[in-house]
Design a protein around this ligand. Structure first.
Ligand SMILES: [Zn+2]
Length: 304
């Protein structure tokens, strides 16, 4: 027996961020560094020219240096997205097109075969492909055949700080959808009761984790509870909402049979041993955010 079969909340926007260092290697490193000097470099492999530059050509020929390309080319293909136009641009004197932004085109002006020139970033960040902001309509940048690079080449950075960000939606399904809908809209915490052993499971799920019988009735659970175990988190990791050190606890809410893991906000980590020992009483402190997730509880506070 269930209520609200059609959970309003079907998913949650979520994100994974992965900061890491990119090791570009010599060819890509020099290519990126030279973009801030507004120069497009390719690598030379005998009579073959590779753009963007590589250490070895697709045929395995090692590079025998760099050449500078005129910042001019032709649109090979393009697609419009909600964030702008992406195109494949074949730079003059090269074979393989480069994917980049197409910017500054009037409506109807952009077509396959259109002549384009490099649009350089006004404030280059260094070591970024966006120091070449994209390609816009050709307006008379000077053309030349691939030529020797004049002056000194930039040094390649050995490592570049980088962050990969992946946005996605976390699908909730019926049980989490119903639960988090109550959390977001009414600050209501509900579990589901096992039809056999009558334990109340929170977070809710379709089957009991102890006797595997199906669950049935939704049951309101209090926002107060009892600590079963706690620990102090000292290390930093991605996705943390609190700056370490902080107290982390397994809490059984009044009326529930299972443990919920959350943070304790009003206890100094040095005092965790005594103040958040098993048996300590806690209460949820609701956040101003209404995200429809456990982050809607800012933290739990110890109540004396
Ligand atoms: Zn059960």
């Amino acid at each position: 027996m269930t209520e609200n079969r059609n959970a309003v909340l079907d998913s949650m926007p979520a994100q994974i961020r992965m900061p890491y260092t990119l090791t570009p290697g010599t060819a890509t490193g020099i290519f990126l560094a030279e973009l801030s000097k507004q120069r497009l470099l390719a690598s030379k492999h005998g009579s073959e020219i590779c753009f963007p530059p590589v250490e070895f050509s697709p045929r395995g020929e090692p590079s025998d240096g760099f050449v500078e390309l005129a910042p001019l080319g032709e649109v090979v293909a393009f697609t419009e997205t909600s964030d702008g136009v992406l195109g494949l641009v074949r730079i003059d004197g090269t074979d393989k097109p480069l994917a980049h932004r197409l910017i500054g085109f009037a409506e109807g002006q952009l077509e396959v075969g259109a002549r384009v020139e490099a649009v350089w970033a006004e404030a280059p960040a260094g070591d970024s492909v966006l120091d070449l902001a994209g390609f816009g309509p050709a307006q008379g940048a000077s053309g030349f055949a691939p030529r020797e690079v004049s002056g000194e080449l930039s040094e390649s950075s050995e490592q570049i700080a980088y962050t990969m960000t992946l946005d996605y939606r976390h699908a909730y399904g019926h049980y989490y959808g119903t639960f988090f809908d109550g959390v977001r809209s009414d600050r209501r915490l509900r579990g589901v009761q096992c039809t056999a052993c009558e334990r109340v499971l929170l977070p809710p799920r379709g089957r009991c984790d102890a006797c595997f019988a199906p669950t049935g009735q939704w049951v309101d659970v209090a926002s107060t509870g009892t600590v079963q175990a706690s620990s102090v988190v000292h290390i930093e990791f991605i996705g943390q909402r609190m700056q370490p050190p902080y107290v982390y606890a397994e809490i059984v809410l009044d009326g529930a049979s299972t443990r919920l893991i959350h943070m304790i906000g009003n206890v100094d980590p040095d005092e965790a041993k005594t103040r958040t020992a098993p048996g300590a009483r806690v209460r949820a402190v609701w956040s101003d955010r209404r995200t429809g997730s456990l982050a809607d509880i800012e933290y739990f506070e110890v109540i004396e």
